[in-house]
Design a protein around this ligand. Structure first.
Ligand code: FAD
Ligand code: SIN
Length: 533
């Protein structure tokens, strides 16, 4: 059994920034960051392309404008107080990571502010089309300055420790559920360990891997959300799954799908059908730069109407030097598939990209479980509402990390380690005999979610999805009870829970709003009592 003052699960922007901000304030605390990936930088954060939204040039932009754009994209479901907090505290957080060493592109000595869909001003700071990798690099370098931050890779959180593990019955109605740390699976040792912590932070990212096509890396299996749901914590807004309009169409198939950043459309690229016709004017006045939900639905509709597998992005009119300077990774990826963006159309399709819902947190990142905070994509903070505005995710990660660290620094001394936590009990389990039981279920899950709970939904599809997911759930729980743990089994279990939550929340929302569109209830209701599980 290992003890630490603070356990942070996840090494992306939310986890690493929380660790750094806490270490700055409290050199006396032991801060342990774990990540299940073999490499600490293997995160969603590292793949971010477009950039980070922040009001920078107050002559041409304003907090009110960023506030309005975020509220507008969120389709009346954002929490206005949270939007104010993130928009107004964000720029200082960005200045801070710049002071720690993160670089953003400049033109003539000034930051080069890009445009993306749904924004009314140029406010996206970026580093070529590799913004996330640059941020991740800067954070990992900064974290090394603190002796009290330890990062362990290959360590996968399995479940939170709560009163349940002390023999008490814990239900969704139990008040004062408290977290004492986590059971974790050591991937190298193939063994389950116990980590007791005074305070635990979940920063586990999203669950894009629940769909067949996703821009999310393979780590994005909804672990934090499923873990909190199993611990009877509160989850919300899971129906709002963001599909990015423009993942590169690759007939050979790859996981993850390669993203063609929204910033390419911000740079002038135009969406066209396979016969070369523009179509976005049929859907929104903002054309190719309308918010993502609208563009993704428009593409989905055009593809279905025409029976096409993709639409095109036309960049041929853009200056080659400017394009290659801004988007070197995208340019070379296209060339590797025989597509020259300066001469050919780029084939693109929508792909699952971001989870707007998740673990419900307050303005300080506190969850409904005591001594458990959460930050970043695994949360539902109230910032994104029914649809996230482009490049607001990295910003949310920074602002909430600062707030969580501040909160823990003040409160952690009132907490003691909990005695009496039992070690993980693997009695009665056997080594899995056939991996196909896991891999085939994963394939089925992703097919079910993509066919029935995708961009366009209806009650019949959701009912079908529920029935099939239930079967997968029962089979996987049986496997979990009888076999020794493996990373694949743990992830499958979490993905099934994430899929179940998306389907359940989608079924409860009897209207269309933001990213949730159902043909049975195409209109938006004036008032809907949002249900929290
Ligand atoms: P992540 O960065 O995903 O980190 C999650 C961490 O948790 C990882 O270290 C992972 O290994 C770990 N983990 C997960 N489960 C476990 C477990 N059970 N045990 C231990 N560790 C675990 N947003 C923007 O604002 N601007 C952009 O330009 C942008 N571009 C994007 C491009 C792509 C291709 C993608 C996929 C996303 C993009 N996003 C962008 C979204 C943004 O990158 C993510 O929402 C954000 O980085 C999430 O950060 P995070 O810290 O919450 O999680
Ligand atoms: C992109 O570069 O298009 C992704 C931006 C985002 O997800 O916010």
């Amino acid at each position: 059994m290992e003890t630490t003052d603070v356990l942070i699960i996840g090494s992306g922007i939310a986890g690493m920034t929380t660790a750094i901000k806490l270490a700055e304030q409290r050199s006396d605390l032991r801060i342990l960051v774990i990540t299940k990936a073999a490499q600490v930088f293997e995160t969603n954060t590292r793949y971010a392309q477009g950039g980070i939204a922040a009001v920078w040039d107050l002559d041409k932009d304003s907090y009110d404008a960023h506030f309005e754009d975020t509220m507008d994209a969120g389709d009346d479901l954002c929490d206005p107080e949270v939007v104010r907090i993130v928009v107004e505290e964000g720029p200082d957080c960005v200045r801070e990571i710049i002071s720690w060493g993160t670089k953003f592109d400049k033109v003539d000595g000034k930051y080069d502010l890009a445009m993306e869909g749904g924004h009314s001003a140029n406010r996206i700071l970026h580093f070529k089309d590799l913004t996330g990798a640059e941020i991740q690099r800067g954070l990992l370098k900064k974290a090394k300055e603190f002796k009290n931050i330890e990062i362990r890779s290959g360590i996968q959180a399995v479940d939170l420790l709560t009163q349940h593990h002390l023999g008490y019955s814990v239900t969704r109605g139990t008040p004062d559920i408290t977290c004492y740390g986590a059971y974790v699976f050591n991937r190298d040792e193939q063994d389950t360990e116990t980590i007791c912590a005074k305070h635990t932070v979940l920063a586990t990212g999203g669950n894009g891997q629940v769909y067949r096509n996703t821009t999310n890396p393979v780590i994005a299996t909804g672990d934090g959300i499923a873990i909190v749901y199993r611990a009877k914590g509160r989850i919300e807004n899971m129906e709002f799954v963001q599909f990015h309009p423009t993942a590169l169409y690759n007939p050979a198939g790859e996981n993850p799908d390669f993203l063609v950043s929204e910033a390419v459309r911000g740079f002038g690229a135009i969406l066209k059908t396979r016969d070369g016709e523009e179509f976005m004017h049929l859907y929104d006045d903002r054309l190719s730069l309308a918010p993502r939900d609208i563009v993704a639905r428009a593409i989905d509709n055009e593809m279905k109407k025409r029976g096409d597998d993709f639409v095109y992005l036309d960049c041929r009119h853009i200056d080659k030097d400017a394009f290659t300077a801004h988007f070197p990774t995208i340019y070379h990826k296209c060339l590797s598939l025989g597509i020259d963006p300066m001469k050919d159309f780029i084939p693109v399709v929508p792909a699952c990209h971001y989870m707007c819902g998740g673990v419900k947190v307050d303005q300080w990142g506190r969850t409904s479980i005591h001594n458990l905070s959460a930050g970043g994509e695994c949360t539902s903070s109230g910032l994104h509402g029914a649809n996230r505005l482009a490049s607001n995710s990295l910003l949310e990660g920074l602002v909430y990390a600062k707030r969580i660290a501040h909160d823990i620094a003040k409160t952690v001394d009132q907490v003691s380690h909990r005695d009496g936590i039992p070690e993980w009990d693997a009695k009665g389990t056997m080594d899995p005999k056939e991996m196909v039981l896991i891999t085939q279920s994963l394939k089925e899950l992703r097919d079910i979610m993509s066919s029935y709970v995708g961009i366009v939904r209806n009650d019949v599809r959701l009912k079908r999805a529920s029935a099939r997911l239930h079967l997968l759930y029962e089979e996987t729980e049986e496997l979990y009870r009888t076999t020794t743990l493996s990373p694949q089994l743990l992830e499958l279990r979490n993905l099934i829970t994430a899929g179940y939550l998306v389907t359940k929340f989608a079924g409860m929302r009897k209207e269309s709003r933001g990213l949730h569109y159902t043909t049975d209830y195409p209109d938006q209701l004036d008032f809907l009592d949002v249900t929290i599980l």
